[in-house]
Write a protein that binds this ligand. Structure first.
Ligand code: HEC
Length: 265
């Protein structure tokens, strides 16, 4: 099975010249962006405005939202998520928690709170903006994710299972692409999540402004995209399965210095 996966990976590496060229263009664009600063700052600013603005049927801001460090405390909150929350009796990631706050504090319905998580052309996402702001408030903080609560431990174990679970048309697992040092597809290096330094670099840089998409994307989007690469069905946005996988990734990045929103291809 491993051999078959490697064959498919090397087939992906042998892409036509036009694909190589467009990847090179992207890299040139990326360098230019780096010189100009990270456009994610615009998302952070819009996110901060949305956070502080009265909205929803209850006309309340999100400033009393408890992301895990107490109501209204954002410093370091993202770098300690996912975590167990007493008020819901659940382990939640940042995006589930944001939806919860928008429902309980602002009075949005669940459908409203979960709507439009990923921007499309002409349709910006409030969630991507708010997540940029929330994540930025953890910049420079070390990843400290607890697995002390039995449900946190359980989420971690479920996430680990998902990471190694093979299936789909190619019999791929996350680990097929992210479980060996030095693998790449085209020009993209694939982080080995089983290698601590790689896991830290991968996790602590999301959300990220993606030059190729012109949007800030969150961890939920990254994982949705990787499930697609894996030829698996798209997971439900803000589902507990995605939170479990995020728990596994976040814990694997323990101790890494949080540095998002970053800038990515
Ligand atoms: C077919 C190969 C493939 C599979 C399977 C796959 N990924 Fe990925 N993954 C990629 C590629 C390609 C990238 C983007 C690398 C880049 O753009 O630099 C990526 C990026 C990532 C990143 C961000 C890394 C970074 O430094 O920004 C994470 C985290 C990640 N994948 C997790 C997962 C998880 C979890 C799974 C299982 C659900 C998974 N991947 C399955 C190919 C794959």
């Amino acid at each position: 099975m491993k051999r078959q996966a490697c064959l498919i990976l090397s087939a992906l590496a042998a892409l036509p010249a036009w694909a190589q060229t467009s990847a090179t263009d992207e890299i040139a664009k990326y360098r230019q962006m780096l010189a100009d600063g990270n456009p994610a700052e615009l998302w952070e600013m819009r996110g901060e405005e949305l956070w502080k603005k009265k909205a929803g049927p209850k006309q309340a801001s999100l400033e009393t939202c408890d992301m895990g460090q107490g109501p209204g405390v954002l410093k370091g909150a993202y770098a300690s998520l996912p975590r167990f929350f007493k008020d819901t009796g659940k382990v939640m990631d940042a995006e589930q928690r944001l939806a919860y706050c928008r429902m309980t504090i602002q009075g949005l319905t669940q459908a409203e709170a979960l709507a439009n998580p990923f921007a499309s052309p002409g349709k910006p996402s409030d969630i991507e903006a708010i997540m940029s702001y929330v994540a930025a408030e953890s910049r420079g903080m070390p990843m400290t994710v607890s697995t002390a609560h039995p449900l946190e431990k359980q989420a971690y174990e479920v996430g680990k299972k998902l990471f190694f679970y093979r299936g789909g048309a190619h019999d791929f697992a996350c680990a097929t692409c992210h479980g060996t040092d030095g693998q790449r597809i085209r020009l993209q290096e694939l982080p080995n999540i089983l290698n601590k330094a790689n896991a830290q670099a991968a996790y602590t840089t999301w959300p990220a402004y993606r030059v190729s998409q012109g949007e800030v994307r969150t961890m939920q989007h990254r994982l949705m995209d990787c499930f697609r690469q894996q030829r698996f069905p798209e997971p439900v946005y803000a589902s507990d399965a995605v939170t479990a996988l995020t728990m596994y990734l976040a814990k694997s990045a323990e101790g890494g210095k949080f540095d998002a929103p970053a800038l990515k291809r």
